[in-house]
Design a protein around this ligand. Structure first.
Ligand code: GCB
Length: 605
């Protein structure tokens, strides 16, 4: 799905700001049919959970309503009018006045509706968006709602970050012509000094004669360099452009061309223009190497979260800029969008600044083995008709398709991660994942595919690693096992890494390693939670990474402290951040800086 934009044929109004806000209650039927009976206001974009002091809002399970008036710009009479929601966590429904115009499940990906038939240029309408935070076996991520003896509902889930909800990304009103560019797929190659840009464009017609390819006119494309000079041109809905002496998109140097795509009417007039940034680069896995532009790449960086005080998962440009400043300062070259697709602003920024991204789905917590915990309860099977079943797999498949559809043209994305820590040693896991891997490769043959392996599924027990191009490992030696005993942790870690390397002969990335750390806590001994311990723990990993040739990357867990649900393992959230939640460096940040700033942009020493 193309991101809305302004161009010579398109306009855009950002609907961010304060909206009327109310929880759904049984005594308020059809909250969309009139002005919401509330004095409460909530900002968009922001998660709603931490905004208000009322615990009922923070702990609410179910629908909430956002509402505001919107006026369609006067000049949009000849165009289609689109409402676009960048994300509604986890299900969204949009009403224009009394009419439902679109419904979407999947909390971290966009959806849109053509509302032309329901609005008039120059006139206002009432825009109501319902957002449901409920997680089930069939959502990404999964969860379940429990009803307590006193009737309260509690949302349970099997992942570590807090289930923030609401409209955490922007909402847009966009115009576009009836005959419009509805999709573009770009892949790139390098041929000697030339860059090769292959493109495929879909043109759709909205309104009369609606549909993709309906009334198909011609397509023209023009590729410009960063100085706006035309470097290649083409005609037709698919084609290949050659750029002589191309400037490549590289880690640390996100050079972008711009592909202007024009949909032409039969009379040759331009109906629509869409401008897509294009980075020319290649990605390839060869043996135990991960190559970008044919050169070995070593990932340094972090698993992150979209997580800040008050706004929760609300996108914030100031934090975007600051986080990437810190990533640059520490000498890192990459991130993983753990554990869900991030705001498109993040992906665009990474494109422009040459930050390498492992793009992850929201399939986190497909692992019921962790459920019983200390209660002694027997954990249920993860993959079974009663739990993660065919319907869950179909929803996971749809989520992967939507992610690739959104992010396929980002040069920063070098690999898809289709799940974090599923129960990959449990029966049924292969039947579940094999079709999803096939689907991912089919949707995007140009990028490697990975999944992130959990510590409880070591190479002796694991059942799906051979399906993937790269094996990502989350390991907590020195933290969840061998706690406070790095002397035992180090050889255990090294032995496991060597086993993975020998068994699979493909690249390994340590996508999580770390330990909770209270800033300001110090000790001369190996004391978990101290700043010294975090540094010493990271060190044992670095020695192991440096000695196992198949390891092609290290991403510390986590970039910053983040909020979680309550639990005996968490003190106001997860404290494995190298930076605090307000982005102050712990000692580990300086230690990582000393290691990573000695490396080149490809992460090579
Ligand atoms: C993991 C998860 C991550 C958690 C982390 C932890 O393995 O992938 O979401 O936050 O462990 O700190 O326990």
């Amino acid at each position: 799905m193309l991101k809305p934009q302004t161009s010579s044929t398109r306009e855009l109004v950002r609907l961010d700001g304060l909206w009327r806000f109310a929880l759904d209650t049984p005594d308020a039927p059809r909250p969309w049919s009139a002005t919401l009976a509330t004095t409460r206001e909530a900002p968009v974009p922001a998660s709603y959970n931490d905004l208000f002091t009322d615990p009922v809002i923070r702990d609410h399970v179910g629908w909430v309503w956002y509402q505001r008036e919107v006026r369609v710009p006067r000049g949009w009479g000849d165009d289609r009018v689109i409402v676009r929601v960048d994300a509604a966590t986890h299900e969204g429904v949009v009403y224009v006045d009394d009419v439902e115009v679109v419904r979407h499940v999947g909390g971290y990906l966009p959806f849109e509706a053509d509302i032309t038939e329901h609005v008039r240029p120059g006139a206002p309408f009432r825009l109501t968006i319902g957002v449901n935070n409920v997680l089930t076996n069939e959502t990404q991520p999964p969860g379940r709602v429990e009803v307590l003896a006193d009737g309260r509902k509690k949302q349970r889930y099997f992942h570590d970050f807090y289930n923030y909800a609401g409209l955490a990304r922007s909402v847009w009103l966009a115009s576009r012509p009836a005959v419009h560019v509805s999709d573009i797929t770009v892949t790139t190659d390098i041929d000697g000094a030339d860059g090769v840009v292959r493109y495929a464009v879909s043109v759709s017609v909205s309104g009369e004669g609606e549909g993709e390819g309906a009334g198909e006119g011609a397509v023209r494309v023009v590729l410009r360099d960063a100085d706006r000079a035309v470097v290649a041109e083409g005609d037709g809905a698919t084609g290949e452009l050659r750029v002589a002496d191309a400037t490549l998109w590289r880690p640390g140097a996100g050079y972008l061309y711009e592909l202007a795509v024009e949909a032409l009417r039969p009379d040759g007039e331009v109906s629509d223009e869409y401008r897509l940034p294009v980075g020319i680069r290649t990605v390839e896995v060869r043996g135990i190497e991960f190559l970008i532009n044919g050169e070995p790449f070593y990932f340094t960086g972090f698993g992150k979260h979209e997580d800040i005080a008050v706004k929760g998962k609300g996108h914030d440009d100031a934090f975007l800029v600051h986080d990437f400043q810190l990533i640059d300062w520490v000498g890192a070259n990459s991130i993983r969008t753990s554990h869900y697709p991030y705001a498109e602003e993040v992906m665009d920024f990474a494109d422009r600044h040459g930050i390498v991204v492992i793009d992850e789905t929201a399939a986190v917590g497909l692992n019921f083995g962790l459920i019983g915990g200390l209660t002694g309860q027997k954990a249920p099977a993860t993959f079974s008709p009663e739990s993660i079943n065919d319907a869950a797999q179909a929803s996971h498949a749809q989520h992967i398709r939507e992610l690739i559809d959104r992010d396929k043209n980002h040069p920063c994305v070098v690999m898809w991660s289709i799940a974090n820590e599923p129960a990959s040693a449990e029966e049924g896991v292969r039947e579940y994942f094999a079709p999803l891997v096939d689907l991912t490769r089919e949707a995007d043959p140009s990028r490697p595919v990975t999944y992130v392996n959990v510590m409880m599924a070591p190479p002796e027990a694991e059942l799906i690693a051979d399906l993937f191009d790269v094996i990502c490992l989350n390991r907590y030696y020195g933290w969840y096992v061998h706690t406070g005993d790095l002397t035992s942790a180090e050889p255990a870690l090294l032995a496991e890494l060597q086993l993975w390397g020998e068994k699979y002969q493909r690249p390994l990335i340590m996508t999580e390693y770390g330990g909770d750390t209270m800033p300001g806590l110090h000790s001369v001994w190996e004391q978990p939670w101290t700043e010294e311990y975090q540094v010493a723990l990271l060190d044992i990993y670095h020695r192991a990474h440096d000695s196992v040739p198949a390891v092609v990357g290290e991403q510390v867990w986590n970039f910053a402290d983040f909020q979680t649900s309550v639990g005996i393992f968490r003190v106001d959230g997860n404290k494995k951040g190298v930076f605090t939640r307000d982005r102050r460096p712990k000692a580990a940040a300086h230690a990582l800086r000393a290691r990573w700033t000695k490396r080149d942009a490809n992460g090579q020493p």
